[in-house]
Design a protein around this ligand. Structure first.
Ligand code: HEM
Length: 208
């Protein structure tokens, strides 16, 4: 006969971890790095605009070209190493597969349709729906493109293969800009979604 064991009340009540500590640290460091990189990048862009507009000085960082470059170069180490840490931890712990797989066009389409009709549930915060998976995987690739095109713009002579793959130095600038615009577009939608489901923010701060 098995004797029923009593569950200690504290353990029974403790909610399960949704986001491990390393993930939360990487996420918030990334948000800081992105803020530094984007706003200082806009100041650098203003010194030699690619298009017929520039960014208002109220949303740029660094004050002038030299100051912005210093911020951009300081931020790039944080963005690069933190991003590498996030990707490696996700791959090595098997979390990448657990959280972001499977990912199918049919599933994305279905979840997107449900979301647009206001019928997509996000009650179980441990699981991402297909639209979230697609958006997060997209922004991971976008981050890699940002770093690689940034390397070409920074040291185009030292990275000739990368430069040619990007279509040359001038095209790499456009690639870098487009990747930045995609990241900003992601961040805007991401913040709207967080505002729609605010309990996800508590989980990303406290882990539970
Ligand atoms: C202040 C700004 C930000 C806030 C408040 C925020 C908030 C959140 C929240 C609440 C989640 C969990 C979503 C859920 O459980 O449904 C999340 C996940 C995520 N966020 Fe953000 N975020 C911010 C900025 C960013 C930026 C700038 C990026 C990337 C460029 C980013 C990329 C991601 C990714 C990739 C995930 C999934 C993480 C994983 O589970 O591996 N976030 N964010």
């Amino acid at each position: 006969m098995t004797i029923p064991r009593e569950i200690p009340p504290a353990a029974a009540q403790k909610p399960a971890t949704i986001h491990p500590l390393w993930l939360r640290l990487a996420h918030w460091l990334n948000a800081l790095a992105v803020l530094i990189m984007v706003t200082s990048g806009w100041q650098i862009y203003n010194a030699s605009p690619l298009f017929d507009f520039d960014f208002p000085s109220t949303v740029t960082l660094g004050g002038w070209l030299g100051g912005a470059i210093q911020w951009h170069f300081a931020g790039m180490w944080l963005f690069g190493f933190n991003g590498l840490f996030y990707l490696l931890m996700n791959i090595l712990t098997g979390r990448m597969k657990r959280k972001f797989w499977p990912l199918t066009p049919h599933g994305i389409f279905n979840d997107l349709r449900a979301a647009l009709r206001g019928k997509l549930q996000h009650n179980d915060l441990r699981h991402y729906n297909m639209v979230q998976r697609a958006a997060y995987v997209f922004v991971m690739f976008d981050g890699i493109v940002l770093v690689l095109s940034g390397l070409v713009v920074w040291k185009s002579v030292q990275f000739p293969l990368l430069r040619e793959l990007m279509g040359g130095y001038d095209t790499a600038r456009y690639v870098h800009f487009l990747a930045m615009a995609s990241l900003v577009g992601f961040a805007v939608l991401h913040l709207i979604m967080v505002a729609v489901v605010p309990k996800t923010l508590i989980a990303m701060i406290r882990g539970r």
